[in-house]
Write a protein that binds this ligand. Structure first.
Ligand SMILES: [Fe+2]
Ligand SMILES: [Fe+2]
Length: 326
């Protein structure tokens, strides 16, 4: 499969599993095309043309010719200089023939623009009845914060090493996070857990969380108790990074009782506790691994690609019948 095809398929699967819905994504892409048409020649020369079909600013080919034929991939949740050097060494010393690197967390220009995908959270939360103006204003403030935090980072460091070693490099972030969010939401909608302990049982029926329980720890209730009722559940696993910590009061009054997330910062957790929400931490790397596995199942249904897994990632194919998609 060509590098460009992996990338384009990932974007398409990300759109298919985006809880904003196809109509909203089409509207965003149309607006982006109109914006591009109005740019002058210099602005067009500086424009990232991928924006015309890819609504995920954190998902890009960071280095490499899209025509590169890919068979073997070194893949991980975070790929940094160490992992890139590892790929080079495996190729050199073990004749592995790694054709490309795939990371989940963004690097390079995809990291620099991570804050843009946070807009997605506005749509997700407003679907639960929180006034769109409230979510938008809180999220704008938080996006500016995240953008400022990312600005001083040396974001192209890893990409530069991949380029010098001639290793094509792709990062797939929000498409994978959309897959895990849609998957868990559907599972909870279908299985309707009554108590938090039932919700934990559902998570523990998923192989990625079982594996993580042996390593980094099992999914955990951070607020609420095993016998607390789940009520309405909100899966908070996509949209770049943590949203505004000021939103939890609004979430509680919208009728949501339980938030299931990958991870929570102390500040966010404190605000969520004050809002009397139940908080379940499913686990960061396990949830990212699940999302990436679901995405890869859809990108590569014929199992054409081979993976060398590093940096917390373990490849599990659902098509092999290990677990049926809900
Ligand atoms: Fe993620
Ligand atoms: Fe992550």
């Amino acid at each position: 499969m060509k590098l460009g095809e992996i990338y384009r398929r990932a974007v398409a699967v990300g759109i298919d599993h985006d809880l904003r819905g196809r109509e909203e994504i089409d509207r965003l892409i149309k607006a982006e095309k109109e914006r591009y048409e109005k740019l002058d020649d210099n602005e067009k020369a500086a424009y990232d043309l991928d924006r015309l079909f890819n609504p995920f600013a954190d998902t890009r080919i960071l280095y490499g010719d899209p025509e590169t034929e890919v068979k073997k991939v070194l893949i991980g949740i975070d790929l940094e200089v160490g992992e890139v050097l590892l790929a080079y060494l495996l190729n050199r010393d073990r004749s592995e023939k790694i054709d490309c690197l795939i990371a989940h967390h963004p690097e390079g220009r995809a990291l620099a623009h991570l804050a843009e995908v946070m807009k997605l959270q506005v749509d997700l939360l407003s679907q639960y009845g929180i006034a769109v103006s409230v979510v938008e204003q809180l999220m704008e403030k938080r996006m500016a914060e995240v953008e400022r935090r990312l600005l001083p980072i040396n974001h192209n460091r890893t990409v530069d090493v991949a380029r010098l070693l001639g290793l094509p490099f792709l990062c797939l972030h929000t498409p994978a996070d959309n897959c895990v969010t849609a998957y868990l939401k559907k599972k909870f909608d279908q299985e309707k857990p009554l108590l938090l302990k039932d919700l934990l049982k559902i998570l523990l029926s998923i192989p990625e969380y079982q594996a993580a329980s042996k390593l980094e720890g099992a999914p955990k209730i951070l607020h609420g108790s095993e016998n607390s009722r789940c009520g309405q559940i909100y899966v908070d696993m996509t949209g770049g990074t943590e949203g505004s910590k000021e939103i939890f009061d609004k979430i509680a009054t919208s009728g949501i009782s339980t938030i299931v997330g990958m991870h929570f910062s102390e500040d966010h957790l404190e605000k969520a506790k004050k809002a009397n929400l139940n908080i379940v931490m499913a686990g960061h790397i396990a949830s990212d691994t699940l999302g990436l596995n679901l995405l890869l199942d859809a990108i590569d249904p014929e199992n054409e690609l081979e993976f060398i897994c590093v940096s917390g990632f373990e490849r599990r194919r659902r098509s092999l019948g290990e677990e049926k998609e809900p």
